[in-house]
Each structure stands twice: as C-alpha cells, then as structure tokens.
Design a protein around this ligand. Sequence first.
Ligand code: SF4
Length: 302
Amino acid sequence: MKDFKLKFQYSIGKLDFKEILLEVAVKLIDKAVKTIPEDVEKAIVEAYETETSEIGVKMLEAIVENIRIAKEEGRLICQDTGIPVFIVEEGLETPWRADYHRIFTEAVSKATEAIPLRPNVVHPLTRMNTRDNTGFRIPVLHVAKTKGSDIKVSFMPKGAGSENVSSFHMLTPVKTVETIKNIILTRVVEAGGMPCPPTILGVGLGGTSEEAMLMAKKALLRPIGDENKDSEIARFESELLEAVNKTGIGPMGLGGRWTCLDVKIEYAYCHTASLPLAINFQCWAARRASAVIKPNGSYEIS
Ligand code: SF4
C-alpha cells in the first residue's frame, strides 16, 4: 500500500500559519475600510471629470474629497463598515492548513476594537448585537480550491445600502437577452439612490439559485475595466453599462450621467429548463483588499 505523508501543515519550522493568516486578515480589514482600490478611485475621478449634471458633479466632488481625507488621515471610507465577507482561493498545492473561519472571526473581532469598526452584526430575529461584528456563520466565508500553491484571501466588507437592493430572479429559459437587460435596468431604477451610486453591478447568470448569488458577489472582486473572457458576455457587460448609465439616476441618485462605474457578469451553464439571474450592487465605496500567501509564508497585499 502506498505510504501517504501528511501534506498539510499548521506550521513549518518557525512559521506559524495561524499567526500569518491572522496578521493578513487584520491588515486586509484595515486596508479595505480606509482606502478605495486604485481602479475604483480612478473610475470615480474620471466620472467626476466627465459628469454633466451640476448636482452630480457636486456629489462626485464630495466623494473624491471623502476618499482623499480617508487616505490622508487614515479614516474610514464610510461609517457603515459593512458585514465581513472573506473569499479564499486555496491552491491545491499549498502546504498550509487552517481553520479559516476561526481565524477570520478572531481577526474581525480584533479589528472591530482596534480600528474601530461599527458593530453591525445582529441575530436575525432578536436583533441582539454581538458588538464585535462576528456571530453564527459570520464572517461570511467562501472557500474554493484552485490551481497552484498560493492562497489568495480577499476581504470585502459589504454595506447594507448596496446589499439590501440585491436581488435574485428565477427566469424561464425562453427569456431573451433583452428581457434580462430589462430586469436589471428595472432593478437599478427601483434601487435609485439606495446603493449610493455610482455603483458597480455584479451579475450572476446561470448555474443554480445559490451559485448565481455567489457569482454575482464574486464578480464584484474583479477590477474595473476587466472584461469577461467570454466575448459574448463581455459584450453584454458593456451593453448593460451603457444602458444603466442612460437611466439618469446619477451620483447618489440625484441625477446625472454616472449611475454605474462598471458591470461585471459571471456565468455558469444551467439546466435547460431554468435561467437563474442574480444581481449584487456595490456602492461607490467599493471596498476590497486581497493578499496572496506563498508556500514560504510570505505575502503581498493589494
Ligand atoms: S451603501 Fe456604501 S457608501 Fe452608502 S452608506 Fe452603505 S457602505 Fe456607505
């Protein structure tokens, strides 16, 4: 019988993976709540420079100033520091093993006190607040296996304004591309200023109900300007972006050219008898931060 060696490890030599992961998670939380990713900041500045409505320009000016102050003074981008969501892509060849949920829970609790973060997490029925942004199944955690030996950890705090207008639609498979577009546009119009536009729209198309919702959320991790590798889907992304920006909802819902900075679609093949569609809004405060952890324990945050 083949002699299998234990491949995964909690520590190698003096390296303790729990400590590394905890440090990474706290840094990701700190970075995400105080800075806007460069691609998002660039898109907001471009929107400010090209906005045509007077009130829209004022709103974008305030947003640009908000981003500057947060960066320079190390303050929060927004008072709603969101609900913590971690997305892990674990390389099949990584030597590390970890109880991600336990470590991220500790990181969120520490960060809530140290940064500090607004305590947002409550029991869904009693509304009892845990005061440290953790709770049963919180932080939200999605782990997927991927190729290679690195571990990529992404943190996305999700504010309620944008999360609350997310939606799921189980369509009949006879629906056309035009119908899908109209459903998304209707949802954008219904949402109005609630998700603090200009937004980024994450769309999950196909798969199953739960997979579509997850795809819509994960789509928000893609940088602005990044197109889907599937040319049909990429074309639909830019068509949707143009259509959403024609609604005139504008910055903070007060009217203008810029309602949306980008549309990201993730898709999966689906049952011939169904067509799941999920929409996840991300507000202008599109906070996200990622780290890639190498097999030697070194890491890079972006
Ligand atoms: S939707 Fe975003 S920008 Fe608006 S209050 Fe919530 S977290 Fe802040």
